[in-house]
Design a protein around this ligand. Structure first.
Ligand SMILES: C[S@@+](CC[C@H](N)C(=O)[O-])C[C@H]1O[C@@H](n2cnc3c(N)ncnc32)[C@H](O)[C@@H]1O
Length: 335
C-alpha cells in the first residue's frame, strides 16, 4: 500500500513539474527591455555566454572533432566574423548594431574597424550601462550605446554603411517595419545583414502539425517572442522594400546547432555561480535549460532554421531588381 502511494505521489509530482515547465512564463507583452534588464542584473547570462548573446559558429572541421573541444565564447566571436564575411561589407565607416545586447558585437566591430564609429541600440537600459562599462574597461572609444526602439529609430535616412542585426528580429512585433526601418537608415551602397531564428516556411504541401504548432508557441512565449517568420519571408520583406538589391539568404543550422547543448554543458562543468544565487535563480535556470533543449530539438528537426539574410541598398540611379531572394545553397541541419 505504501509503495502504491509513493508511486502515485511521484507520478503526480512529475506531472505537476512538467505542467509548470511546459507553461511559458515570459510571454511577449512589450516586456523585452524589462526581461533583458533582469538577465543583465542577474549576471548569469553574461557569466556563461560572455559578451555575446547569440549562437556560436562551429566549422565543419570543429564539428567533426566534437563541439565540446571548442571554447564556447570563442564560437561567438567566430560567428561575428563569419557573419561579416556573409554580409560582404567592406570597410564600413558608420555601423549600427540593432539590438546590441551587452554590445559584444559592437565592440568587436569597433576594434576591427578602428576608424569606424559604431552605435549599438537596445531596449534595455541595463544593457546600455553594461555595454558602456565594458567599452571603457576595454579602452574602445569608437562605440556608443543608446536605448532606442528599432521600430522607430531616431536616426535620419541614409546614415549607416553597415546595419547589423543579430538575433534581435525574433523579438520584433512587426518584422516588415523592422526590415523597412533598417533599410531606411542605411546609406545607398551600404549593407544590411540580419541573423535571426526563423521557423520553416509553411506551405499547403507542408503544413505545421499540431505538435509543431505547440512547440512553436512555447518557443515564442518563453523568451518574449511575439512570433517568428521564415527565411523565405525575410527575403520577400527585403525585396519588398524596393530598395535592396543582391538579397541573399542561407540556413546556418548545421554550423550553429551545437551552441544549444554546448551552453548546457558549460553550466554543468561550472555550476557555481547558479548554486550560490539561491532558489529563484535555480528555478529560472531549470526553465532556461528546458527551453534551450526545446530550442535544440526544434532546430535539429528543422522546424526552426537559423536565418542569415543580407542585401545592399541600391544607389539612386540603379533600379533594384524585384522578385525572389537569391537563396544561396542552404546548409541543412544535422540532427
Ligand atoms: C538576443 S539579444 C541579441 C544581442 C546582440 N545582438 C548580441 O549579438 O549579443 C536581443 C537584443 O535585441 C534587443 N531588442 C529587442 N527588441 C528590440 C527593439 N524593438 N528595439 C531595439 N532593440 C531590441 C534586446 O534589447 C536585446 O539587446
Amino acid at each position: 500500500m505504501f509503495a502504491l502511494h509513493a508511486v502515485a505521489g511521484l507520478g503526480l509530482t512529475a506531472y505537476t513539474l512538467k505542467r509548470i515547465l511546459d507553461t511559458p512564463s515570459r510571454k511577449y507583452d512589450n516586456n523585452v527591455g524589462k526581461e533583458y534588464d533582469a538577465w543583465t542584473e542577474e549576471g548569469v547570462l553574461e557569466y556563461y555566454w560572455g559578451e555575446h548573446i547569440h549562437l556560436g559558429y562551429y566549422s565543419d572541421e570543429e564539428l567533426a572533432r566534437g563541439y565540446l573541444k571548442k571554447d564556447f565564447k570563442q564560437a561567438k566571436f567566430d560567428f561575428v566574423d563569419e557573419m561579416l564575411k556573409f554580409s560582404g561589407a567592406q570597410n564600413p565607416k558608420k555601423i549600427l548594431d540593432v539590438g546590441c545586447g551587452f554590445g559584444g558585437t559592437s565592440r568587436h566591430l569597433a576594434k576591427k574597424f578602428k576608424d569606424a564609429s559604431v552605435t549599438g541600440i537596445t531596449l534595455s537600459p541595463k544593457q546600455v550601462q553594461r555595454g558602456t562599462e565594458l567599452a571603457k574597461e576595454q579602452g574602445v572609444g569608437n562605440v556608443q550605446f543608446q536605448v532606442m526602439d528599432a521600430l522607430a529609430m531616431e536616426f535620419p535616412d541614409d546614415t549607416f554603411d553597415l546595419v547589423w542585426a543579430c538575433e534581435s528580429g525574433e523579438h520584433m512585433p512587426d518584422k516588415k517595419k523592422y526590415v523597412e526601418e533598417m533599410t531606411r537608415v542605411l546609406k545607398p551602397g551600404g549593407t544590411l545583414v540580419i541573423a535571426c531564428w526563423c521557423q520553416r516556411e509553411e506551405t499547403p504541401e507542408t503544413p505545421f502539425s499540431a505538435q509543431d504548432k505547440e512547440d512553436l508557441q512555447f518557443l515564442y512565449d518563453e523568451w518574449a517572442h511575439p512570433y517568428f517568420i521564415s527565411i523565405e519571408e525575410f527575403g520577400r520583406l527585403m525585396n519588398g522594400t524596393g530598395k535592396l538589391e543582391k538579397v541573399h539568404t542561407a540556413n546556418w543550422n548545421k554550423n550553429t546547432l551545437a551552441s544549444w547543448r554546448h551552453s548546457i554543458w558549460v553550466g554543468v562543468f561550472d555550476p557555481w555561480i547558479v548554486v550560490f544565487k539561491g532558489p529563484r535563480i535555480w528555478y529560472k535556470t531549470v526553465r532556461e535549460i528546458v527551453t534551450i533543449e526545446r530550442m535544440h530539438q526544434a532546430f535539429a528537426k528543422e522546424l526552426m532554421q537559423y536565418g542569415m539574410m543580407a542585401g545592399t541598398k541600391a544607389l539612386p540611379s540603379a533600379k533594384p531588381s524585384e522578385g525572389k531572394a537569391d537563396a544561396r545553397v542552404p546548409v541543412s541541419a544535422s540532427a
